[in-house]
Design a protein around this ligand. Sequence first.
Ligand SMILES: [Mg+2]
Length: 401
Amino acid sequence: MPEISRRKILHVDMDAFYAAIEQLDNPGLRGKPVIVGAPPDKRGVVSTCSYEARPFGVRSAMPSRTAHQLCPHAVFVPVRMERYAAVSEQVMAILQEFTPIVEQVSVDEAFLDVAGVLHAWPDAVMLARALKQRIHSRLRLTASVGVAPNKFLAKLASDMQKPDGLTVVPATEPEILAFLAPLPLTRIWGVGKRTAEQLAAAGITTIGRIQQMTEPELAPLLGQAGARHVWRLARGRDDRQVETDVEEKSVSAEVTFEQDITDRTIMRQTLLELAEKVGRRLRRAKKSAGTARIKIRFRDFRTITRQCPFAAPARSDRDLVHAALSLLAKEKLRDPVRLLGFGVSRLTDTAAGQSGQTQAPLFPEWDSAAPAERHAQLDQAVDTLRERFGKGIIKRGRWQT
Ligand SMILES: [Mg+2]
């Protein structure tokens, strides 16, 4: 059977994200029905509830008062958006470790296009499994993942076996049609309650029924554009791309330590590795940076950032590492550190003379090039080797500062 597409798209969706973070941060809440949102005595709604609250009928966007009636022993906790955003950043950073093509669609959801990185994996399912494991081992949170040939199917799939699910949509057209056929119309992207009711009035209640119809038959019910949209999705057709930030405005990387640290040697080593990682991504994007910054988060989640401009647009590891370590050196750190980050911004296209060719020779005519450019060229040659043969192949000497 022909594959309808060679694309491999993952949709990653964290499970009961806010409630799971509350249970993570407060062990007393684990195993209990937790409702994140307005307290029941106030006018307001449920933002997220833990899986323990769901059998009682509690759902997102429901008035808190109703939720309290359904589940009187539930613990209500207020929304702590800053904390969720911080964890979200960590989740997204983990996804970036698998592929640079990540489209974040909300605080706890993203699409990944992994077709270009599958050579390093037995298949997309193994990659998805590793991704779930990495999120769990680093953050102690679970994600549900859908693997499919396109975004529409991947998103449907991630929702099918929550929590901690991994659902794979088959890649051939007959299998996709069979997978979609029994599902209700509201599973089609853009078909809300109202449209579903209109279609139900015409005797159409499943995606399978739409599959038996033609586009012109649907048009009187949905309009021409609507008919086209619904007809295509009912057949599992969707060629939207996974869109990374169109113009990347900054590149950054960060790491959360298993245990809070006070040892500056470890901090320096960590920043060095982060700066090299950022450097690789910067050069791959054929960009140079105008500003460097470090981010330090302490044990109590207080977070500081410090930045400095580069004297000239920078893209070599040497310049990035130097900036990162000098920014760190200026900080007096009284409290233990739980997270370190390094990033660059004010990105510009690397000028034509500073060739961004990936085929750069390992030993170019360095004598004619400026010293900073020489470093960037060596870095790029190393990047190419690493991409071809794996990261372990070259260990760079440690930078002196
Ligand atoms: Mg979610």
